[in-house]
Each structure stands twice: as C-alpha cells, then as structure tokens.
Design a protein around this ligand. Sequence first.
Ligand code: SF4
Ligand code: SF4
Length: 362
Amino acid sequence: MQKIYVSQCNDYSVADVDKAVNFCMKDFARNVKKGSSVLLKPNILIGRSSEDVVTTNPEVVRAVARVFKEIGCKVSLGDSPAFGNLRKALDTCGILPVCEEEGIDVVNFDEAKEIDTLSGPISVYKGIDDFDYLVNLPKAKTHGLIGFTGAQKNLFGLVCGMKKSKYHLKYPNRYSFSRMIVSLANAVKPSFNLMDCVVGMEGNGPSAGSPRKLGFIAASESAPYLDFFVSDLLGFKYNEVGTLDVEHSEHGLDVNVNNLNLISNIDPGKLRVKDFKKAGGLKLGGVMSLVKKYVSSRPVISVECINCNRCVENCPADAIAKGLKRPVIDYNKCIRCYCCGEICPSKAIVSRRTLFGKILRL
Ligand code: SF4
Ligand code: SF4
C-alpha cells in the first residue's frame, strides 16, 4: 500500500510549516545520507507574489531545505518559469531571500538534454542526474487543461524555457498532454514529493484562480498517488484529472482511496473540501473531439489586459495576434493549452464556455 503523509498546517508561520514538514518527511529523512546533494523543484510557474498562490510558498521551501541541511546535505533549488528570468521570479515570489538566508544554490534550468520516455524523447534540464535526490515541491492548484496540477504536472518545469511550447504543440489535447506529463514524471521519478496544500488555488488555475485555504501539507514517495489523494480530497474524480486518468488506464493506478496507507496527525475527513471550484477546462473524447472548437471552453482576454503582448510571444500555436487595445485570439488555431493564462501578469485571460457549450451544458 502506498504511503501518504498528511499533516494539518493552518498557515505559513515558520513554526506551523516546520512542524508539518517534519512530520511528513520523518521516515524519508531517516534514510538520507550525510553529504548528499539535493535538488528542490518548487512550482515557480511565473514570478508572482506568494499571496497570489501561484507558486510554492517560501516557508515550505525553507522548512524542507532545513530538514536536509540538518542531515548535512548540500541543497540546491531550480526551475524554469513559463516566462522570464528565474532569479527575478524567485525574488517576486519570496523564495530568493529564503535561498540567500538558508545558503541554497539557485540552479537555472537553461541547458537541456534528451531523455527517453514512453511518449518519446523529452528535453529536460541537463544537470538533473548530478543530484542524489530530486525533491518535488508542488502547489495544489486547478489546471484548465488537465484539471488539477500537483506533483506530476510540476515536473513539466524540468523542461527548459520555451521548449515547453514545443511539447504543447506536439501533444495538443488533454489526453496526449497528460500522457506526456505522466511519461516524463515516470522517467525522472522524484525521490520525494511534498505538496503545499496550506492555501491552494481554485477556479481559473493554474495562475488566474483564487486562493483557497486547505490547511494541510501532504507528501509521498509516489507522485501519482499523492496527486490522487489530494485531488480526491478536493472533490475530483480520478478521471477528471488528465494525468490520473492516464495513470489508471495505462499504469494500473489503484483509484480506491481506502487502499492508501495514510500516516496522518489529523482525520483526513476533516480536510475534505465540498465546494472546491474546478477550472473551466473540459474533457472531450470520441466524436465530441471533432467539434471541440465549437463546444469546449476557451481562453478569453478580459478588460484587465495591459497589452503587454507576453501571450502573443508565447502562444505555442501562434493563435494570438497583437491588437490595438488588447491581443486577439484565433480560435481556429487555438489548441486550448492555456499557456497564455499561465503567463499573463494581470490575470486577464479567463476560461469561458462557448454558447454551444452552455446549450449542451458542457
Ligand atoms: S492578455 Fe495578459 S499576457 Fe496578453 S497582452 Fe494582455 S496582459 Fe499581456
Ligand atoms: S491562445 Fe492560449 S490556449 Fe490557445 S493555443 Fe495560444 S496559448 Fe494555448
């Protein structure tokens, strides 16, 4: 039975986060050798204040780093944001000061190498094998394309910079993209996964949703079972999460939550969220995929737009053109990857249902 560690954590005070992280890491840390090198991989999707809950909270990063430092490990931290410079993004979200205070090296994922996966070769950060441990630190958030972004999806940040767009184009729909993420996650296999679920994101995730207090931290050596456990608490069925759907159908993920081995300091039933708002994305298969562009939710640019043109420059399908007041989306070209929403600095891109989608209640 897969072990899942769960600890109550009401806020981001150093004391509360320390206690929760130490509870979740106690068994794993026991086997870590002194002098090991550790690469922490938080979610730094884009440089935004930690209050926007787009990124892993700095205090979670600090507490995990301290666990390894106490053992005598050398701790580094890296990511490849969807847009812009890593150090700037880390500064904006409050992680750079933590790295400086705790003596954590910052590693920019700027050089790539190809690794073999079940979805074919994927280009990831070249130095990934230079570390004894890869420790995955995702944030619990909704995701317009795959439903929920947790541990497995966070590993897409190992793909260097704009190469991410290439994979969005190569794997343009929910199933193929989820399958690529699962293949990548299974190929790199993090040593440990610890999810920041103190305050998660609901609604229009992964970057334009709303903060939602969840009040816990959860961890596991298994990324898919951690995603399954947390998404289940938030009210997702396994097949509403693209990556879990693939894990179940292709890799036999056991989707009976009662079969998990929970090591918890709180009754997990108390953490269940009954009215968690899911993202507006839509799962379509079979004949419905043929009419996808007419019925599925689509990105819409709102009046919040500051016309910075980031979305124009980063759309993998070249579906966004510059406009006088704001850019214009060509829905015939749009592959509904929601990259534009991820990188928009002003939360101006929202997912909306089409008229047909509303009529069909999709
Ligand atoms: S929608 Fe967002 S990313 Fe695109 S131009 Fe407007 S503010 Fe910039
Ligand atoms: S418009 Fe947005 S959702 Fe559509 S392909 Fe471009 S980045 Fe993806």
